[in-house]
Design a binder for this molecule. Structure first.
Ligand code: KG4
Ligand code: ZN
Length: 351
């Protein structure tokens, strides 16, 4: 084993996936396990925090054992233990973080508290060795919709965020309105393939706005009205919704590029990055702007622990003498990646 190669154990539990992974600093995912809670939450049409926390607590310990057993390693072989410390559903985050603290204490290995968004933001570098800093990142998940300038480990500048709903949330709500069940994103994408994206006139919120941000609440309401009017096929609504969302993404990215200047690469991460139509539109934008387009494989786009372990690897590489985060560190329901970013309307924050 090369002396500079690190192995990091990663734990993710901020939403409805319980995940554990062992990742090396030379970009190998040695082992990973992921347990989705889709079945538990499906009857409620969304994630129920209490159910999520209990499910993480039940599953995490056997999954940790399983991952170590898969590769025949013990904590002695691991260089650090990384866990999501926020933002997310606080009960779930606490389950993962407390487990990581216990393992760190028992093994004497450093604890690395990872911001879940940082995990998403750096995940493309796990998949793509050639991706250097800086890059322009579109982070689109169930809880977030942001454009970030990723300038280095720990150096993230938020250029735009949503003033109301995240894009994944809008996909999920559209699915609920159309009776497609939960999780909604993949179901809307599938149904959209059968529909006409021009059939239903829907708004493009914030398109052309001087503000850099996103907004999807009005689009969701328009989807509801279109559905209730009884004038449109569900497939046409799905296709038109998806196209409206894509138009918003492209408009806002053009705006960010206009304000922030050139970047060598356009990168997408987060659950919505699994959407082929979204990827296609971003690829087209990148090629128009002479940028490389990087989209991680699907399993790294949705919540996973490899991205958390990888963020730990990045932290160790940046500071080889890192002694670990304090064991009394608190789980954070909110944790902005860019603390300097202006507060925006929405999410309980008044303009
Ligand atoms: O990153 P992620 O797994 O969890 C969060 O941190 O939020 O993202 C989950 C979100 C959900 O809203 C889901 O509906 C959406 O990503 N999603 C998709 C697709 N696959 C997942 N949205 C659109 N098209 C997809 N294929
Ligand atoms: Zn996520």
């Amino acid at each position: 084993m090369g002396s500079t190669r690190n192995i990091v154990l990663g734990i993710e539990s901020s939403c409805d996936e319980t995940a554990v992974a062992l990742v090396t600093s030379d970009r190998r995912i040695l082992a990973e396990r992921i347990a989705s809670q889709e079945a538990e939450h499906a009857p409620y049409g969304g994630v129920v925090p209490e159910i999520a926390a209990r499910a993480h607590a039940e599953r995490l310990a056997p999954m940790l054992e399983g991952v170590m057993a898969d590769v025949g390693l013990t904590l002695d072989d691991v260089d650090a233990i990384a866990a999501t410390a926020g933002p997310g559903l606080i009960g779930g985050v606490m389950v993962g973080l407390v487990s990581a603290k216990a393992l760190a204490m028992a093994s004497g290995k450093p604890l690395i508290a990872v911001n879940h968004l940082e995990g998403h933001a750096l995940s493309p570098r796990l998949a793509d060795e050639a991706l250097g800093y800086p890059y322009l990142l579109l982070l689109v998940s169930g809880g977030h919709c942001q454009i970030l300038s990723v300038e280095g480990v720990g150096a993230y500048r938020r250029l735009a965020t949503t003033i109301d709903d995240a894009l994944g949330e809008a996909f999920d709500k559209t699915a609920k309105i159309l009776g497609l069940g939960y999780p909604g994103g993949p179901a809307v994408e599938r149904l959209a393939l059968e529909g006409d994206a021009k059939a239903v006139p829907l708004p493009r919120p914030m398109k052309g706005s001087k503000e850099p941000h996103f907004s999807f609440a009005g689009l969701k309401s328009a989807v509801l009205r279109a559905h209730e009017s009884g004038e449109h096929e569900a497939a046409d609504i799905a296709a038109s919704f998806q196209q409206a969302a894509i138009d918003c993404l492209i408009d806002r990215l053009e705006k960010a590029l206009g304000a922030a200047g050139a970047y060598p690469a356009l990168v997408v991460a987060g659950g919505v990055a699994a959407n082929e139509a979204v990827r296609g539109a971003l690829e087209e934008l990148a090629s128009r702007r002479s940028m490389r387009f990087v989209a991680p494989p699907l399993k790294l786009c949705t919540d996973n622990a490899a991205m958390i372990a990888w963020a730990g690897c990045e932290r160790l590489a940046k500071d080889p003498d890192f002694k670990g985060d304090p064991l009394d560190l608190k789980a954070r329901p909110r944790w902005p990646l860019d603390p300097e970013a202006d507060k925006v309307r929405g999410a309980g924050v008044k303009a």
